[in-house]
Each structure stands twice: as C-alpha cells, then as structure tokens.
Design a protein around this ligand. Structure first.
Ligand SMILES: Nc1nc2c(ncn2[C@@H]2O[C@H](COP(=O)(O)OP(=O)(O)OP(=O)(O)O)[C@@H](O)[C@H]2O)c(=O)[nH]1
Ligand SMILES: [Mg+2]
Length: 690
C-alpha cells in the first residue's frame, strides 16, 4: 500500500496494568490479517510482549509498534505498558501519536494508572477514546464503568458501542452508529446481525444519546438534528470525528479481547474517525529557545524525531522515528543539528512487534524505524536541511527516578561488562540512570521502582554471567556552620634546620544562605601575604571543606574571609600556605557550631482513598511534612516534603501499604539541618566506617 499522510492513523493503546492492551493489539492484528492466530499472554507468543523479560513476567515492559492496514487506512498502533515503573515507555507512546485509546477493565473501572495517564493526556490536550474491555468477566458492569469514568474525569463520554449481556452472559456488542449487533463465536470471529428484540429498547435509549452528542460535534449537525430529529450514520461519524479531534468528546467502546469481540467496530471507528496526523501540532523550539507549534505537513524538507531506541540482538540499534514534515526516504541525508553530524539514511522499516519490514519511505505523520544510525538517540531531532530548518523538536518530559541502588561487582572484568551493559540500557530507557556519585563514592543506578531496577540488573547479570551486588545508597549528607567563628589563625611552621616551611593565615568564617555553597573574600590589605600564595590558601580551604568536620561530609554554605597572614622571605611556599589555611579553617570550625544537613525530597503520592490514613501516618513517621492534598474521585494526591534517607525504600513500603496500587513521584527539593538522635546516628555510622 502506498501510504499518504491523510490515510495514516497513529494510536497509542494506554491504560492501567493488566486491562488487556496487549491482548487488544493481538486482536487488531488478527482481524486485519497481519497475524493468522491470536496468541494469549500465557503462551508467551504475543506480538507485542516479545522480549525475554516480558515473556517471563507476562507483563508489558516496553512499548511495541505494529503497523496494519484496515479499509485502505494505514494504522500505526503502539501497545504501551501499564505498570507505573515503565511509565517512560507509555509517555513515548502517546507523545508520538495523535490519539490514545484508554483500555479500562469492565469490572474495575478507572484505576490509579488510568487516572494518572488521563491527567498526562490532559496536559497535552490529546484526543482519546475508551475501550471497556473484559465484558466477559464475572461482575463486568458497563453502566457502572461509564458512571465511574464520569465521576473521575471532566470529559464528555459518549457510549458508542454497548454490550449485549455482561459476564457469563456476554454475547457481543451493539455498534450504535451502524445500528448493528456483532456476535462473537468460538473461533474468534465476529458475526454481524440485526439487533435482537431483547436489546432494542436499551439500544434506542443509548442511540438517542449518541445522536445528541454527535449533533454537538458541528453547528450544521445541530441544525439538522433539530429539523429531522435524528442523524444518519455518516453524520454521527462526522460529529464524533470532529468532537474527538478537538478533544471535546470521548467515544466509549466495549468488548472482550479474550473473545475477540468489539474489534471490527473498533477498527472501523479508528480507521475512519480517529484524527490523521496531517495538520496536527508538534511542539518545537526555535533558535531563540521559544516554543513554536509546528503543523505536521507533507511539504518541504524532511524532519523527524526519535521517540524510542532499542538495541536489537540481530538488527543492532533501532531508532523509532515520527516524521513531522516532508518525507524520509533511503536516498536522503539527515543531520542531527545538536551533534552537527549528518549521515545517509540506510534502510527504513515498519514494524509488527519484533519483526521489522523494509519500506521505501515514510511520509509526514508516519512512524517507523531507521537502523544502525550513528547520529540518533532518543529525543534527538533529525533534519534534511538544517540551514533552512531552524528548530528542534521538544524532548519527552519524563518523570524523575524514584528508586536508587548502589551497585558493585567482584572484580574489574565484571565491572567493565556491567558498565558496558548499563550504557546500552540507558540508551534504550531514559527513565533509567546510572552515575558515579562523587560525594558518596558509590556507583548508583536509579529507576522508576524496585521492579524496574531489579529487572534490568537481573537481565544484565544473567546475560553477562556476572554477580551484581546491590544495597541502598548512602545519603549525600552535608555539613555547614551556624555562626560566625570570629577571627581565627593558624601558622604552619617547620623551621628546624635546612629549608624550612612557613605560612600564617588569619580567617573568619560565617554562614551563607542555603544553597550558595561557598564564597571566598580576600580582604588582605598592605601585602602581608603575597598574591602568589592566595591560590594555595584557597586550595587548602577547599580540601578541608571536602573532608567535613563531624562525619566526613563536605562542608557547604560557608563564607571565608582571608583577613590577614604572614610570610617568610625564604621558607614560605604555596604548600606551606595551603597547610596553614587548612589549620585555620579547622580552628574556625571549632568555633562555628557545625551541624549536619540532610537532603529533602518533594514527594507526590497517588493512592486510593481507603489508604489515606495509613499513608499519611507513615509519612509523618518518616519525618515528612504534608504540603498539599487533593482528591480526584477515589484517588488522593498527597504532596509532601520528606528526608531522602526515609524515602530510600518507599517504592517497596508504599506497595505493601496499598496492595501494589499506590505510586509516587520524587524529586530533590533542598537541604535542611539535621539534629538530635538522627544526627548522632549519622555521625556514629560515619565513625564506624573506619
Ligand atoms: N476475562 C478476560 N481476560 C482478559 C481479557 N483481555 C485480557 N485478559 C487477561 O488479562 C491479563 C492481562 O492481559 P494483557 O493483554 O497482558 O494486559 P495489558 O493491559 O497489556 O497488561 P500490561 O501491558 O502489563 O499493563 C491476561 O491474563 C489476559 O489473558 C478479556 O477480554 N477478558
Ligand atoms: Mg501489555
């Protein structure tokens, strides 16, 4: 099929974990004849969950792309993971698509991740529809779920398919637009029939509602509706299409991916009523770093961005791209304007899960893959003519890591293997970070939770056959002073025989505002210490500050004034002044009331109402201060500031307090003074280390 931009539909399937997104992808591919058999999760052979870890854990971990054709439209579907630990993958999924399909469980309705994802989509005003899945499930309740959605979200939900029966009695769906019943059989087929009498009254009620909502989609439709009292299917579609494109209505579908029900109607709706990428907005920044809305269009020079990178065992590095303008073909050169490097594009691919299929071009709005690119990385911009295209695509805004572990190996060889693997994973997963913490002298890895990190480390350890030791990381405490020292002095002298050493320094230290770190003022007048020795003095001060006073943590937020000093015409040297400065600072610290500083984090916790009491009292036992609290239906959002030392295991603590349903976000806030028993413990621990 030769694809044009207007024939494209890009859809991210998103939703709470386990709602059936991967199963839905499987059904979409089956009905569109891309695959000949529907695989279930348990078989480990689904199209989207193909990595070793996904097969082992039977959950989605990565976003996977599949391309299919339905009724002359080209659909790029991204199946995103639902677990909050893999939110980075979900974000890259909806960043690169024009609309999302939120899958909701027919029994559980809106769950924590549904709510969090909904809010993320709200932030970008992204069009979305809802698929109520698992209608076959015991206690499935369509009306309840619609009410639940209306209670949670400020949106116009428009039931577009309704179920025939629920739970064990579920027989299929009624497509209200077409006025037809779609029954499923035992062979994963849908059979279209007239609506049975027993559902007719129920259907009429819902269809009238649908027509009213559709009429609101466009002014001329309202008029038509008032004149005729109804709308034909094509008008209903147009009303919903325009309402969806502007994110004014949220069409609601239903079905069962287990039974293969609701799929044909869904494909029809997506193909003909979801927005095409043409003229949709991409966010860019111009040369002056100003935000500019760019419209996707097939004219002009080619531009695209990389929204995901994977390193494939056989194909090497795969860069998943979204084309914004022009078209990408194998004969053009693309430049990464940030790296100022260009390369000729090799092959271009589409994908169906792990299978990549060569294609000759990708038009504006299309999603595909370029392989083995040396200039691409996730979030980068690629341009055909950088001299004429002065913009960069805005990078994905990803959440901060919430869980950190210090890691080590037994020997240098293992450590090299570990570092090489970590580097590759960082390229694939931007929510995973690895650094060497200079303050604590530890190698640390950070990610979106214990499951996320353990999964990565287990994978490396199995593949590389190395043992990786983990422990909770050390906290980067700091030390500071709380009052002025007054003028203190120290003379470094060794003048017995031979070439001596001499330097004398007088300083005064005083507290600086939190966060200002360090200030040095040389107030010496009259040249009692030659200028040439001042760098030595500063070096000594820095060295002494980095050694700490109470517990070997670096001293910060100190102003040091060099008041006076004395030198010797022969015995003075930079080294002598460095040692004198260290001694003087030590004397100053003795008088300046040194205390510990501990890092505080801003924490945002999302939990179900029923856990509110437990979570609040736990935060308070962790010395946390609640700074805000909001309620969204059943969901509570708590904002708090909590010492970092208390949050090291929060990913695990919160999981056990909320039966795995709670989640949180975390970022560094500031340092605060630590006193009393907690400070004594930190000091004692530091002394015990030696
Ligand atoms: N009863 C019933 N079970 C279903 C249905 N669809 C999926 N399941 C089951 O629900 C479980 C989760 O299905 P997945 O398709 O992996 O769900 P998911 O949303 O992709 O999960 P994550 O990607 O891990 O968030 C599996 O055990 C499926 O067999 C359905 O329509 N009815
Ligand atoms: Mg999945």
């Amino acid at each position: 099929m030769s694809v044009t931009s207007t024939d494209l539909r890009n859809v991210a399937i998103v939703g709470h974990n386990g709602t059936g997104k991967t199963s839905l992808m499987e059904q979409l591919l089956y009905y569109s004849k891309v695959i000949s058999k529907v695989e279930n999760l348990e078989s480990g052979k689904t199209t989207s969950d193909f990595t070793e870890e996904e097969i082992k854990k039977q959950i989605s971990i990565h976003t996977s792309l599949a391309n299919l054709e339905w009724d002359k439209k080209c659909l790029n579907i991204l199946d995103t993971p639902g677990y909050s630990g893999f939110i980075g993958e979900a974000i890259c999924g909806f960043r690169s698509t024009e609309a999302s399909l939120m899958v909701v469980d027919a029994r559980d309705g809106a769950q924590i991740e549904t709510i969090k994802l909904w809010r993320r989509l709200d932030n970008r005003n992204k069009p979305r529809a809802v698929f109520i899945n698992k209608m076959d499930r015991d206690r499935a309740d369509y009306t309840n779920v619609i009410n639940d959605l209306r209670e949670h979200f400020d949106a116009t939900f428009v039931p577009t398919f309704i179920p025939m029966g629920e739970g064990e009695d579920f027989k299929g769906v009624i497509n209200l637009i077409e006025d037809k019943a779609y029954f499923f059989d035992d062979n994963n087929n849908e059979i279209v029939k007239d609506i049975p009498d027993e559902y007719k009254e129920h259907e009429k009620e819902y269809r009238e509602q649908l027509i009213e909502y559709a009429a609101e989609g466009a002014d001329d439709l309202i008029e038509k509706y008032f004149e005729d009292g109804t709308l034909n299917p094509e008008d209903i579609r147009r009303g919903l299409r325009e309402g969806l494109a502007d994110n004014r209505v949220v069409p609601v579908f239903c079905g069962s991916t287990l039974k293969g029900s609701g799929i044909i109607s869904l494909l029809n709706f997506v193909a003909h009523n979801f927005p095409s990428p043409i003229n949709q907005i991409e966010w860019t920044v111009n040369e002056n770093d100003e935000h500019v809305n760019m419209k996707i269009n097939d004219e002009g020079y080619a531009s695209c961005y990389v929204f995901k990178t994977t390193i494939d065992q056989f194909s090497g590095k795969l860069s998943f791209i979204k084309v914004a303008t022009g078209k990408i073909s194998t004969d053009i050169e693309l430049t990464n304007p940030q790296l100022k490097k260009k390369e000729k594009i090799g092959k271009i691919y589409r994908a169906v899960g792990k299978k990549i299929i060569e294609t000759d071009k990708l038009v504006a709005g299309d999603i595909g893959i370029i392989a083995k690119s040396n200039i691409s990385s996730t979030n980068c911009t690629l341009l055909q003519s950088p001299n004429n295209q002065k913009f960069l695509f805005k990078p994905l805004s990803l959440p901060h890591p919430i869980y950190t572990l210090a890691i080590s190996t037994d020997d240098k060889k293992s450590s090299d293997k570990l570092n090489e693997s970590l580097h590759k994973i960082c390229e694939e997963d931007l929510t995973f970070q690895t650094t060497f913490n200079e303050e604590t002298k530890e190698s640390v890895v950070s990610g979106m939770g214990d499951v996320h990190l353990q999964m990565i480390l287990n994978k490396i350890s199995e593949k590389q056959k190395i043992e990786i030791h983990t422990k909770l990381p050390k906290i980067a405490y700091r030390e500071t002073i709380n009052k002025k020292s007054g003028i203190v002095e120290y003379a470094h002298k060794k003048q017995s025989g031979g070439h001596g050493q001499y330097g004398k320094v007088l300083i005064e230290i005083s507290p600086l505002e939190r966060g200002l770190e360090y200030e040095f003022v040389n107030s010496i007048k009259g040249g009692s210490v030659s200028k040439g020795y001042v760098p030595g003095i500063e070096k000594g001060l820095h060295e002494r500050m980095s050694e700490g006073y109470l517990a070997k943590y670096p001293l910060v937020d100190i102003k040091i004034e060099l008041v006076d000093g004395k030198e010797h015409p022969v015995d003075s040297s930079e080294m002598a002044f460095k040692l004198a400065a260290k001694g003087a600072l030590e004397a100053g610290l003795d008088k300046a009331n040194v205390s510990l500083l501990e890092p505080f984090m801003n924490v945002k916790v999302f939990i179900d109402n029923q856990y509110l009491g437990d979570v609040l009292s736990d935060l308070s036992s962790k010395r946390g201060r609640v700074t805000g609290q909001k309620e969204f239906g059943q969901l509570q959002e708590i904002d708090a500031q909590v010492p970092q030392s208390e949050m090291l295991n929060y990913a695990i603590d919160l999981k056990s307090m909320t039966s795995g349903t709670g989640s949180f976000e975390l970022e560094f806030s500031h340092y605060e003074t630590l006193t009393g028993k907690n400070a004594e413990n930190v000091i004692a621990a530091s002394r015990n280390e030696n």
